[in-house]
Design a protein around this ligand. Sequence first.
Ligand code: SAM
Ligand code: SF4
Length: 333
Amino acid sequence: MPHSSPPLIDRFGRTVNYVRLSITDRCDFRCVYCMSEKMVFLPRSEILSLEEIMALAEAFVALGVSKIRVTGGEPLVRKGALGLLRDMGRLKGLRELVITTNGAQLQETAKDLKAAGVNRINISLDSLRPERFREMTRVGDLATVLKGIEAARAIGFDGIKLNSVILRERNQDEVLDLVHYAIDRDIDISFIEEMPLGILDGRDRALDFVSSDEIRAQLSPFVELLASTETTGGPSKYYQVAGSKTRVGFISPHSHNFCSSCNRVRVTAEGRLLLCLGNEHAVDLKPWLRQNPFDPEALQAAIREAMDLKPLQHEFDLKAQPVIFRHMNATGG
Ligand code: SAM
Ligand code: SF4
């Protein structure tokens, strides 16, 4: 369905042209910053069907959205994910189809993802040390993920970016190693400040917090970072590593607020349209999707109306944690 109606614009004049769709809250990892060890997942009946997710994708593209990120939970554990991506890849008007993954299934799926029309992949990688990787993900196998990254490189996507969440006592000493790993492979890397989403097994996130400025200072004696005005339409602020193809991005919800240029919304696996990652403002789209008969125009009208609820900025506060009670896996990172 080509884009035929006026763009989605919120009360503050920001155009929303990017949506992140979480297609499952489930995951084969249990990363310490994202989930509790014993997570309770949504009942299956609450999760949107693949057809319902596709109806959402069509509605957003009809409303001018040109970029969809498929995420989760771990999107590649959802049965039928590849078929869904293939259908999305055919949407006229969609310029970019991208996914965020933990990389554990990439060896098997990279080829099909490319064939489905996925343009770019973000792969989470917090450590290059097998034991530590296991500790941070609680269950993940580093070697499998590294092979997945190589599989994605061999297939040749328009872009591959690593995402690393840096925690003071866990992996801060690896930021330079991670940047070198990216440089050696001509891929990008973004460092993400941990966000206080959900309560986590008694961990105090404020104690682990490392700001983007601190990471940049840590890197600067070893790699020359040239400020770049380039953007991928996401929240990363990028620096080009001099003499390489690699860009280093910083996602800094705490230290450098990026809300004024926010162009995105999220939909959770159960169909809640989240107007902001750091606020509870949401509209339940499931009733519109499950209306019988399904009315695409009513769904589009509900999405358009929801734009009035998009808040000016997030309200993350590490000391008053948690402000937001949903975990990242339920949110769609
Ligand atoms: N499972 C996939 C993955 O890990 O890439 C996609 C979903 S995951 C929720 C998306 C991104 O959110 C990952 O890069 C992860 O590191 C990041 N993330 C999870 N919890 C976070 C938190 N509390 N603060 C900041 N980033 C977080
Ligand atoms: Fe799973 Fe991704 Fe959350 Fe890790 S960050 S637990 S891989 S959803």
